[in-house]
Design a binder for this molecule. Structure first.
Ligand code: ARG
Ligand code: ASP
Length: 659
């Protein structure tokens, strides 16, 4: 009886890990490996991360500071997302060579295009330095020592669990990264902003680069003498595909999550911050969309701007929906109550929740003012450059730009708590009679280049106000609603949580350091009675294809391949149809920065490239709900199909290790 009870208790302690929540530190992955193997993984912790021999971490890179990439050949070939390579592809594009529209396929190494200011970083190693710091060494000293170990080494000391632990991350940076291939945007960005954050999805969101090194295989600035980098490790590619339920693992650089914040902070996000930012962007997007619909030249001109405003705008809406529908505020408040009940006789933790709450009340207004300032005043152009003025489209932008100035000034006046509105703004409004009229006056000065003093004064005022808010908040991270004091309190709170909630599997918040997430290929119940299957195929692309709608107008070559069923070796049978798989859903916990991450099968082979999440699952930045949180990957077989049958670049396939 006792034995049975014990087994039951042991099983129960494994339960919280049954959900696929978590972004784990690779050097500590041994603590998860039993769970991973129980879920189907067939490799070892050493295969994932090792400092003594080549391991998967040697094939994963931080791509230009905001995305992830993976090495897929012994000659430095790299895969990431189309939206991650977008800047590089755009920089090489001109009217004669429009690689964004038409795609780009280097026909030989000589045609691979160098990129200024494009770099990748490999992790050399990570190690905990909490004790060194406790013993008096500063982070700066630790960084300096580590960087002295190698010529192109970059080091950082990052906090985990709000400073309960510190880790050194040592990277080797390569600065010669060349563009090898990109599909046309009608494949790489298929579905555009309409399908962004949405499932079912049919985007071929990939691009191909190559890392170059010196003849000695060392990092080197661009030189025609450089040669393809010979990596310690590259991923093999599985062409066998994935099925619902299969184990998956994502290895990459998630940017920013806040899983341990109080219900007060969640309420601030869901009820105050997100709705205000969404509403401000609603109006901006309306103005820009109207311009785009009225004039094809303006449609192109504002395309990138529209996409970047719309991406976060749409994400915040999904986040609010997810948080509300899943009752996260109430669940968190209940969790805090139970923690407080436990802490009542523990002086170290007794008051921490109440103190956090007080601090939130103190900083909410100034932090909100800061957010509103970024969404409004900071979004106003201070100048129109000579380059912009020389563009043919410039004169046609006038009405749109004027409307944006009027609108954003009005939004700032209405939404920024008045005690944080800058004096220059209040004076301007008083002089002009309304915020809109003041916005218009600013516009006249900037547009005609006759008076830039007013906007400069306003921006200076805004800077001063932001400095003041920074001072009020203290030295904590200003990325999220945070303050120096909150950070200190969270250090204590997290320590308390870990003592109290021994059944919870804790992992540090994402902070753009290398992490492992694992789960399985899986659909989800989208709505009552409506199950979303985890995979899409080219048949779905053809169903969406519409030459009249920009986002759904596919290249003729794709229509032709489909008509001829010319799928090459990438064809597979799905529900009795011969087709090519395009995207799939999985339960991995990911966030911004995970774009371009390799998604690997139980044997560590590449089966896809991560690029997005479903709409409501963006709540996973705050709370991961296993019922609905899904990441979206492009199936590697679609990537290979496009490289082979659309790009005709089968020579690239020859250097990959296809299994
Ligand atoms: N939503 C994805 C991410 O956050 C992809 C964004 C790029 N695609 C787009 N249509 N804007 O970055
Ligand atoms: N699309 C995001 C990225 O670019 C990934 C995500 O937020 O799921 O990193």
């Amino acid at each position: 009886m006792k034995r049975i009870l014990l087994t039951f208790l042991l099983l129960a302690t494994l339960l919280p890990a049954a959900a696929d929540e978590g972004m784990w530190l690779p050097s500590l992955i041994a603590s998860r490996i039993d769970d991973m193997r129980a879920k189907g993984f067939r490799l070892t912790a050493e295969d994932i991360y090792s400092v003594n021999r080549a391991s998967m971490k040697d094939a994963v890179v931080l791509f230009n500071g905001g995305c992830t990439g993976e090495i897929v050949s012994d000659e430095g070939l790299l895969l990431t997302n189309h939206h991650c390579g977008y800047g590089a592809i755009q920089a090489h594009s001109s009217v004669e060579h429009d690689y964004l529209t038409d795609g780009f396929w280097a026909r030989s190494r000589a045609e691979e295009l160098p990129n200024e200011k494009l770099w990748v970083r490999f992790l050399v190693r990570m190690e905990e330095v909490t004790e060194r710091i406790a013993a008096g060494e500063t982070a700066q000293e630790i960084i300096r020592k580590a960087e002295a170990e190698g010529e192109s080494y970059k080091a950082a000391v990052e906090q985990m669990y709000y400073g309960n632990q510190q880790f050194l991350f040592l990277y080797e940076q390569f600065d010669d990264v060349r563009l090898v291939a990109a599909p046309p945007s009608s494949i790489g960005k298929f579905g555009g902003d309409t399908d962004n954050w949405i499932w079912p999805r049919h985007t071929g969101d990939f691009s191909v680069f190559r890392v170059y090194a010196s003849k000695e295989n060392r990092p080197a600035a661009y030189s025609p003498e450089n040669v393809p980098y010979r990596p310690k490790k590259s991923f093999s590619i599985s062409t066998r595909g994935v099925a619902e339920g299969d184990f998956t693992m994502i290895y990459g650089f998630p940017g920013n999550t806040q899983e341990y914040i109080l219900s007060d902070a969640v309420r601030y996000i869901a009820e105050r911050s997100d709705p205000a930012k969404i509403a401000i962007r609603d109006g901006r997007l309306d103005i820009i969309r109207a311009a785009q619909e009225s004039d094809p030249a303006l449609r192109i001109h504002y395309a990138a701007k529209h996409a970047s405003i719309a991406n976060a705008w749409k994400k915040w809406q999904g986040e609010v929906l997810g948080l509300e529908r899943r009752g996260i505020c109430a669940a968190k408040a209940d969790y805090e109550k139970r923690f407080d009940a436990w802490a009542v006789d523990k002086p170290a933790y007794r008051d921490v929740v109440a103190q956090l709450r007080d601090e939130y009340a103190r900083i909410a207004d100034p932090y909100f003012a800061r957010e509103i300032t970024f969404e409004t005043i900071a979004a106003l152009p201070a100048r129109y450059s000579a380059e912009a003025r020389a563009e043919e489209v410039f004169a046609r932008r006038e009405a749109t730009e004027r409307a944006l100035f009027r609108y954003l000034a009005g939004e700032y006046a209405r939404r920024c708590p008045v005690q944080y509105q800058v004096p220059e703004f209040l004076d301007g409004v008083a002089a002009c009679g309304s915020a809109e009229a003041y916005g218009e006056k600013l516009f006249e000065g900037v547009w005609n280049d006759t008076d830039t003093l007013a906007i400069d004064a306003l921006r200076k005022g805004a800077r001063r106000m932001l400095d003041h808010v920074g001072w009020l908040l203290g030295t904590g991270s200003l990325r999220n609603l945070n303050s120096g004091r909150l950070n200190d309190l969270y250090t204590v709170y997290i320590r308390g949580l870990r003592e109290w909630d021994t059944r919870r599997a804790f992992y540090p918040d994402a902070n753009l350091t290398l992490r492992v997430a694992y789960g399985r290929v899986g659909g989800y119940e989208y709505a009552d009675g409506e199950y979303h299957k985890p995979r899409t195929t080219v048949d779905g692309i053809i169903a969406k294809d519409n030459p009249e709608i920009y986002d759904y107008d596919i290249p003729q070559a794709l229509r032709d391949r489909y008509a001829a069923k010319d799928y090459g070796r990438w064809a597979t049978t799905v529900e009795g149809r011969r087709t090519v798989p395009v995207c799939f859903l999985a339960t991995n916990h990911t966030t911004g920065g995970n774009s371009g991450s390799p998604i690997l099968n139980a044997d560590g082979e590449l089966v896809g490239i991560n690029f997005d999440r479903t709409w409501r699952s963006t709540m996973s930045d705050i709370a991961f709900d296993p019922e609905i949180c899904r990441n979206i990957a492009v199936d590697i077989r679609y990537v290979l199909f496009v490289i082979d049958r659309i790009g005709g670049a089968d020579y690239l396939l020859r250097e990959m290790k296809l299994r």
